[in-house]
Design a protein around this ligand. Structure first.
Ligand code: XUL
Ligand code: CO
Length: 438
């Protein structure tokens, strides 16, 4: 097999003092953290679309990066060259999972029957490549937003024919996910949303999205898919109003339509911040509802305000993310780098720098989150902050053994209300800094 990433070795771990750009400084796969090797805490995944397909095109200019990998674009030879490149890339970095949309894998034909034939061919090729490696699929999905037919969404489309095309793509993407041993299947809303209520029946559209998800679950289970389905919330872009605004909205939707047993959240950092939340907030909301499934590991740019899909370098954010993940007992999914190199970082080598950055950032986040938990001051503070509910009237509130009447009488007996105790935010922030930088 021809080497595609020439001059790039298998990326070693060299430690924090290393100045070798093609080495990990913090990601030490076998290092034990809280009783488990780093690689098990951090099942990293390569996003097929950004890494192997996207060339840096934006609305002002064409590709800067050449992702032809020596083949003619738009051909099956190119689809196979991407598989070759992807597997060489993952092996060199020690990345064990990949995520894909159907149309990332092959060029889409006009007729869906031909697209599906191409998908069969490429998935056979991927299966061959997987043999003898421990690389697996993390999750699959169907791209139901790129083709013009999905201009009004997929499940939410006003057209029943478009709904059927969405169903056909989901069916095939589920077949592929099962064939490639995927742990999960993702629904990112894509264009499931609306621009104006002047032409939109929101209730009707939401019912239809739920119907499509139920049909997907029914079919997935019938072909032996035992993994989780995920909703990946996002508040806007491409639609003005996206139905899966954030974790709380998506969880409410799943409960309303009886989908909560089969679905969890795939939380993307950049989507959470677009919703006006921190990444940590949406992780916490998912976790407390038992629905923290998987993570799209990237970061946005608060100065820009759109989905910039940057490789994560913010160690504070990664630490808070890993703090949530550790406290939730880990993920059933993994950490998918839904991220792209910046347009001027157009060389093949930059793809490696990007993954080294992302993997090192999350390794650091893991180490610092473990230290935060072992230190215990933050957790202890939070526990103590609610101490008034452990005994007396507080304990009665928690156990439901009181009435509004009794609480009113109790309050009257207190006279002037007491202050609730300092939140000590600045002290706690300095504890975090101490752990981050010592
Ligand atoms: C879009 C996005 C998608 C999903 C998969 O913002 O994040 O790439 O992760 O469809
Ligand atoms: Co994503």
């Amino acid at each position: 097999m021809k080497e595609i990433f020439k001059n790039i070795p298998v990326i070693p771990y060299e430690g924090a003092q290393s100045k070798n750009p093609l080495a990990f400084k913090f990601y030490d796969a076998d290092r034990i953290v809280l009783g488990k090797p780093m690689k098990e805490h951090l099942p990293f995944a390569m996003a097929w679309w950004h890494n192997l397909c996207a060339g840096g095109t934006d609305m002002f200019g064409r590709d800067t990066a050449d992702k032809s990998f020596g083949a003619e674009k738009g051909t099956m030879a190119h689809a196979k060259a991407k598989v070759d490149a992807g597997f060489e890339f993952m092996k060199k970095l020690g990345v064990k999972y990949f995520c894909f949309h159907d149309v990332d894998l092959v060029p889409e034909a006009d007729d869906i029957k031909e697209t599906n034939r191409r998908l069969d061919e490429i998935s056979d090729y991927i299966l061959e490549k997987m043999k003898g490696t421990d690389i697996k699929c993390l999750w699959g999905t169907a791209n139901m937003f790129g083709n013009p037919r999905f201009m009004n969404g997929a499940g939410s489309s006003n057209s029943a024919d478009v709904f059927c095309f969405a169903a056909a793509q989901i069916k095939k993407a589920l077949d592929l996910t099962v064939k490639l041993g995927g742990r999960g299947y993702v629904f990112w809303g894509g264009r499931e949303g609306y621009e104006t209520l002047l032409n939109t029946d929101v209730k009707f559209e939401q019912e239809n999205i739920a119907k499509l998800m139920h049909l997907a679950v029914e079919y997935g289970r019938s072909i032996g898919f035992t993994g989780d389905f995920y909703i990946e919330p996002k508040p806007k872009e491409p639609m003005k109003h996206q139905y899966d605004f954030d974790a709380a909205t998506a969880i409410g939707f799943l409960r309303q339509y009886g989908l909560d047993k089969d679905f969890k959240m795939n939380i993307e950092a950049n989507h959470a911040t677009l919703a006006g939340h921190t990444f940590q907030h949406d992780l916490r909301i998912s976790a407390i509802n038992g629905m923290l499934g998987s993570i799209d590991a990237n970061q946005g740019d608060l100065l820009l305000g759109w989905d910039t899909d940057e490789f994560p370098f913010n160690v504070y954010e990664a630490t808070m993310c890993m703090y949530e993940v550790l406290k939730a007992g880990g993920l059933t999914g993994g950490f998918n780098f839904d991220a792209k190199t910046r347009r001027p970082s157009y060389t093949l080598e930059d793809m490696f720098h990007a993954y080294i950055l992302g993997m090192d950032t999350f390794a650091l986040g893991l180490l610092k989150a473990a230290a935060l938990i072992e230190d215990g001051r933050v957790d202890q503070f939070v526990a103590d902050r609610y101490a008034s509910y452990r005994t007396g009237i507080g304990a009665k509130i928690r156990s439901g053994e009181t009435t509004l009447q009794e609480l009113a009488e109790y309050a009257a007996s207190l006279g002037a209300p007491a202050l609730p105790g300092s939140g000590r935010q600045e002290y706690l922030e300095s504890v975090v800094n101490q752990i981050l930088f010592s």
